[in-house]
Design a protein around this ligand. Structure first.
Ligand code: S3P
Length: 435
């Protein structure tokens, strides 16, 4: 499905964006392990999260799914308890979802049966030894196909380990912590950067002992079944990033995005935009299910180029395609370093972002661990491709709002992997979109 976007003369109003993808996955998995019935509202009905629900169903968990809006669902999970999963009849199909595969690998390592986790072609290209290695050290048998899916896991009899993660990854950390629930003794993880901590936040809210001391996290095995939960998922900062950057870049814009998760492990983009001169604020700060939440308020701004490296990269790991669009409009040079992880996301995000934005006129150079952008440059009408990457597709759509003519994005259906309702959101803001 191609998407054609016309230039915008300004975005004004108040919008909401869908629930957080990372938290939706984790809440469903932990609710499945709980004792009793959990109710998850504002849950994200996107392709990736639905893959998690289907995998949990294949493990014997009863789940009622009620779509409440284009962007939200209420999910009722009838928890089976920590040891209540049944061996699946077939391999678990994680579709295109890395989070489903990596987090479930941790849970499957704790089960007294064997499982195969597989997914579609895009997921089969993503590295899995990063989760296999620590889970093997904990005592599970884990076999990958030369480092890639499918993953075979024969679990049970785990013991705690002390593990230094070679890369900062919320998925790998979560897999180890989830396996740690089933291990004998303490599991300790040292992370090289501040990867998202939603698993820790949720586990703590359910009474599991998870201590964070700087970059070290210690989890104790779950002594009893987890309690059922009733939570509302806050809006996803990574989805809010698209209208947020659009409002900063398009003249005559003033936009409020309500109820967005502002967990500092996720908001590196906000810090970078502010440092570039953007008029972006968090208002109405509050807490939702142990997570900080606020309204993001953005106004048209003039930006200056900046360098992004180190821990900030980890705190905005999903935002580089849209950040690159912002950089094309910033005065001077913007440099991204220490971001080699972008090469193993839903696409090679360094190559794909640079190649596609160049087609629109951007002046960009790719590096092995990042990219350089020289701006500001006017963007032009063109036909571009998503490479099957939802975040690249949405970043290109925002570029379309700024361009001097129509931009058509091929293979834009993937947007629904993380942001159902993206096109409706744009239409409600007065953008001319042909889907
Ligand atoms: C995620 C962690 C990040 C992120 C992905 C979701 C998670 O991946 O890119 O979209 O929910 O834990 P890595 O752990 O590979 O950095």
């Amino acid at each position: 499905m191609p998407l054609t976007i016309s230039p915008s003369s300004g975005l004004q109003g108040t919008i909401t964006v869908p629930g957080d993808k990372s938290i939706s996955h984790r809440a469903a998995m932990l609710a499945a392990l709980a004792n009793g019935t959990s109710r998850l509202t504002n849950w994200l009905p996107a392709g990736d999260c639905l893959a998690t629900l289907d995998a949990l169903r294949a493990l014997g968990v009863r789940i009622d799914f009620q779509q409440t809006a284009e962007t939200a669902a209420t999910v009722t999970v009838h928890g089976v308890g920590l040891h209540g999963f049944s061996a699946p009849e077939k391999s678990l199909n994680c579709q295109g979802s890395g989070t489903t595969m990596r987090l479930l690998s941790g849970l499957m390592a704790g089960q007294a049966f064997s499982t195969v986790l597989d997914g579609h072609e895009g997921l089969r290209r993503r590295p899995m030894e990063r989760v296999a290695r620590p889970l093997r050290q904990m005592g599970a048998t884990v076999v990958t196909r030369d480092g890639y899916p499918p993953i075979y896991i024969d679990g049970g009899n785990l013991h705690g380990i002390e593990y230094r993660m070679p890369i900062a990854s919320g998925q790998v950390k979560s897999a180890i912590l989830l396996a740690g629930l089933y291990a004998e003794g303490t599991t300790i993880v040292h992370q090289p950067g501040p990867a998202r901590d939603h698993t820790e936040v949720l586990l703590r809210s359910l009474g599991v002992s998870v201590e964070t001391d700087g970059s070290t996290i210690r989890v104790q095995p779950a002594q009893t079944n987890l309690p059922a939960m009733d939570i509302a998922i806050p809006a996803d900062f990574s989805s809010a990033a698209f209208p947020l950057v659009a409002a900063v870049l398009i003249p005559n814009s003033q936009l409020r995005i309500t109820g967005v998760n502002t967990n500092p492990t996720r908001t590196g983009l906000l810090d970078m935009l502010t440092a570039m001169g953007a008029n972006v604020k968090i208002e109405n700060e509050r807490e939702m299910g142990g997570e900080p939440v606020g309204d993001l308020v953005a106004q048209s701004s003039t930006l200056t180029g900046i360098e992004v490296s180190g821990d900030t990269v980890v705190r905005m790991i999903d935002e580089f395609p849209i950040f690159a669009v912002a950089a094309t409009q910033a005065k001077g040079r913007t440099v991204v370093r220490d971001a080699a992880e972008l090469r193993v996301k839903e696409s090679d995000r360094i190559k794909a972002t640079v190649d596609e934005l160049r087609k629109l006129g951007a002046q960009m150079i790719a590096h092995p661990d990042g990219f350089e952008v020289y701006g500001p440059t006017p963007l032009h009408a063109a036909v571009v491709d998503s490479y099957g990457d939802h975040r690249l597709a949405m970043a290109l759509a925002v570029a379309g709002l700024l361009a001097d003519g129509e931009i058509t994005i091929r293979h834009a259906r993937v947007i629904a992997d993380s942001y159902p309702g993206f096109v409706s959101m744009l239409k409600n803001l007065g953008v001319a979109v042909v889907a």
